[in-house]
Design a protein around this ligand. Structure first.
Ligand code: PEP
Length: 251
């Protein structure tokens, strides 16, 4: 049985004070939920304060990006060992906004995943097609290329713990959620690719999140799909009440 993982990507929102206020409002609303993994992803600068605030709770912290070297002359970048020592557990890599605005590619995402493994961090690897790719009937090809590229040579023991997030780009921040059937189709495709790259046992173990306009009123149906094991949530993660409803979708 795969355990659901509900993660909030706060993007470039909330300063350190607001970030602590948000997570402190969330803690009591999700603390009874022992059935799912709960993750919040504040901006880098708020990570230490948020890690401090969630001590002793059921909430883990994610970073939204990292570089792949351990240290060096890479102005503006943050290294995996720095994230590890700050108390981060997960790192989101390959988000479509990073691909679109910051030149992230499958090859750099792959390097980042390997670097994260070296430091005991868990990647959340994002993939997803653009609207024009879906409309041109290229969704399968795009997802396959992204998955094979991002997962190239990732060792099976680490891949088993890795989270994959399917985020159709046309559904991110647009209010246009993929239908549960559309999402399930791609999640099954990704699981099939995992089976092809590794084996059935590993493919069944890896958690695949859906992301793209997940809200309290659509989460339950999405999570009810066979191959959907959680959500990566943007906008709705910025309100404690909404994100708590998403986390507690089984209640
Ligand atoms: C995201 O940024 O990963 C995301 C899914 O955003 P939203 O939930 O706002 O669509």
């Amino acid at each position: 049985m795969r355990r659901y993982i509900l993660a909030g990507n706060w993007k470039m929102h909330k300063d350190a004070k607001e970030a602590v206020e948000l997570v402190k409002a969330l803690i009591p609303l999700v603390k009874e939920n022992k059935e799912v993994d709960v993750v919040v992803g504040p901006p880098f600068i708020s990570i230490p304060a948020v890690v401090d605030a969630v001590q002793g709770t059921n909430i883990d912290v994610a970073a939204q990006n990292c570089y792949w070297e351990d240290s060096g002359a890479f102005t503006g970048e943050v290294a995996p060992p720095m994230l590890k020592s700050s108390g981060v557990k997960y790192v989101i890599i390959g988000h479509s906004e990073r691909r679109q605005f910051f030149g992230e590619t499958d090859a750099t995402i792959n390097k980042k995943a390997l670097a994260l493994y070296k430091h005991g961090l868990v990647p959340i690897i994002c993939c997803g097609e653009l609207l024009e790719e879906r409309e041109a009937d290229k969704m399968e090809q795009v997802i396959e290329t992204q998955i094979r590229g991002c997962l190239k040579n990732l060792p099976a023991d680490k891949m088993r713990e890795t989270v994959v997030a399917y985020e159709p780009v046309w559904a991110i921040g647009t209010g246009k959620v993929a239908s549960p059937a559309q999402a399930q189709e791609v999640h099954a495709l990704i699981r099939g690719l995992l089976e092809d790259l590794y084996d059935k046992d590993l493919a069944q173990a890896v958690r695949i999140q859906y992301g793209g306009s997940v809200k309290p009123d659509n989460v339950k149906e999405l999570m009810g799909q066979t191959d959907i094991d959680g959500a990566l949530v943007g906008g709705a993660a910025l309100k404690a009440d909404d994100f708590a409803k998403i986390v507690n979708f089984q209640k």
